[in-house]
Write a protein that binds this ligand. Structure first.
Ligand code: GTP
Ligand code: MG
Length: 371
C-alpha cells in the first residue's frame, strides 16, 4: 500500500489567518522534502485564496460552491485528484471560515472511512484577535449578532488546540488578555501563540501538528437552527473583473482603493466586516489587499509593485449585511477606485448571496472508536 497522506485541517473564523498559516506550513513541509497538496473551500466560485496559494507555486485543489461538510465527497475527490497528479505526503485543508461542527462532519468521517489512507493531524483552530476580544469579552458591540458569535465560540470548542494569531501586532498585555478569555472558554485545550505573518511561534505549531494520537474527538452539541441563522446573517460576495486603462496604473493602488473605500462605506452603514480580500493578477505579478474587521486598518498584505494597463481582479467579501447592499457597495467602490486611477472595470462574474442552511453529507454524533 502507498504511504499514508497526512490530513491537516486548519480552522478559524473568517480572516483569522488560515491561508497565511497554510502557505507557511506548506513551505515548511516542502523544505523538509515532503510533497504538499492544498485544498481550499468556499460557498462560491472565484476564490482569492486559491489564486493566492497557486501564485506561490503550490498544488491547490478547490471545493467551490459548498463547504467541506456539505460536500464531503468533493473534498475526498479533490484530494484524490491531487494524489493522481503529484501524490502529496501532506494535505493541508482550509474550511470556510463561517463553518463549525467540522469534527463531526469532516474529521470523524475521514477517520472512519479513510483512516488508513489519511491519518488525521490534531484539529487546530486559529483565534482572530480583533473579533475574539469583542466576542469572548462579551462586549455589547461585538459586531456580530449573538447567533454569529455563537458560531465563533463553537469553532473554538471543537479544536484539539488553539492558536492566538497576529502576536506580531499585539502588546504582551493584549496577548495575556486573549489567553485569559480563551482559558475561560476552553480551559482544557492547549494554546499556542503565533504570528503567521512573521513566523514567530511557528516551530511549536509544527511540532504540535506532528503529534501522533487520537484527535478530532470533540463532537459538538450544536443547534443547527442557530448555526444556520448565524451563518445566514452574513452577506457573501465573490466577484471577478478586469480593469483596463490606456495608460499604466498602479495595481496596488487599485487593490487598496477598493478595500479602503469599502471600509468607509461599510462603516457609514454601521455593518461589521468579517473579511474583505481582493487579489490583482497580471502576467507574473500578483498583489493582495485585506480588511479583517471594522476596527483594524485596510492592509496591502502582498504588494504586487505592478504598473499595468490591464489586470484581473477578484474580490471576496463576507460582511454582516444583505447581499444586495454588499453588491452595491462593492460595485461602487470598484467604480470609484477605477475612476480615481483613470481605468475602466468590466465585471465578468458576481455571486452574492446569504449562505444556505448547512446540510452535512455525514454527521457523526459519537466519536468513531476505531473499529
Ligand atoms: N499582522 C498580521 N497579519 C496577519 C497574520 N496572519 C494573517 N494576517 C493577515 O490577516 C489577513 C487575513 O489572513 P488570511 O490568511 O487570508 O485569513 P483566512 O483565515 O484565510 O481568511 P478567510 O479565508 O477569508 O476566512 C491578511 O491580510 C493577512 O496578511 C499575522 O500573524 N499577523
Ligand atoms: Mg483563507
Amino acid at each position: 500500500m502507498a504511504s499514508p497522506m497526512r490530513f491537516i485541517m486548519i480552522g478559524g473564523f473568517l480572516g483569522a489567518g488560515k491561508t497565511t498559516t497554510i502557505a507557511r506550513l506548506a513551505a515548511t513541509y516542502q523544505s523538509r522534502g515532503q510533497k504538499v497538496g492544498i485544498v481550499t473551500n468556499d460557498q462560491a466560485v472565484d476564490l482569492v485564496d486559491t489564486h493566492t496559494l497557486r501564485r506561490q507555486g503550490f498544488d491547490v485543489g478547490e471545493v467551490a460552491g459548498a463547504c467541506f461538510c456539505c460536500n464531503f465527497n468533493q473534498l475526498t475527490e479533490t484530494v484524490a485528484a491531487l494524489e493522481k497528479e503529484n501524490r502529496p505526503d501532506v494535505v493541508l485543508a482550509e474550511p470556510v471560515g463561517s463553518c463549525t461542527d467540522l469534527v463531526a462532519t469532516v474529521m470523524q468521517p475521514l477517520m472512519h472511512l479513510f483512516g488508513e489512507k489519511f491519518p488525521v493531524a490534531p484539529y487546530r483552530v486559529i483565534l482572530k484577535p480583533s473579533h475574539g476580544r469583542r466576542i469572548l469579552g462579551g462586549k455589547k458591540r461585538a459586531g456580530f449578532s449573538p447567533k454569529a458569535a455563537h458560531i465563533f465560540k463553537k469553532q473554538l470548542e471543537e479544536a484539539d488546540f488553539l492558536i492566538i494569531n497576529r502576536i506580531d501586532e499585539l502588546e504582551p498585555t493584549e496577548i495575556q488578555e486573549l489567553q485569559q478569555l480563551l482559558e475561560e472558554e476552553t480551559p482544557d485545550t492547549p494554546k499556542l501563540r503565533l504570528s503567521a505573518k512573521t513566523g514567530n511561534g511557528f516551530e511549536a505549531l509544527v511540532e504540535m501538528l506532528d503529534k501522533q494520537g487520537i484527535f478530532g474527538q470533540r463532537i459538538l452539541d450544536l443547534d443547527y437552527d442557530i448555526y444556520a441563522e448565524g451563518e445566514a446573517e452574513l452577506g457573501w460576495l465573490n466577484s471577478s473583473l478586469r480593469v483596463t486603462s490606456d495608460v499604466p496604473y498602479s495595481l496596488d493602488d487599485v487593490l487598496m482603493g477598493i478595500v479602503t473605500r469599502l471600509k468607509t462605506k461599510l462603516a457609514e452603514a454601521d455593518v461589521e466586516t468579517a473579511h474583505l480580500k481582493t487579489i490583482g493578477l497580471w502576467e507574473g505579478f500578483h498583489g493582495v489587499a485585506n480588511l479583517v474587521s471594522s476596527d483594524t486598518p485596510a492592509e496591502l498584505s502582498l504588494p504586487s509593485s505592478c504598473e499595468t494597463k490591464t489586470a484581473d481582479v477578484v474580490v471576496n467579501a463576507r460582511v454582516a449585511t444583505s447581499p444586495e447592499f454588499l453588491r452595491e457597495q462593492v460595485e461602487a467602490a470598484v467604480r470609484e477606485t477605477c475612476d480615481a486611477v483613470g481605468a475602466t472595470p468590466e465585471f465578468r462574474q458576481t455571486q452574492s448571496f446569504r449562505p444556505g442552511r448547512p446540510v452535512p453529507t455525514h454527521r457523526y454524533s459519537q466519536a468513531y472508536d476505531g473499529k
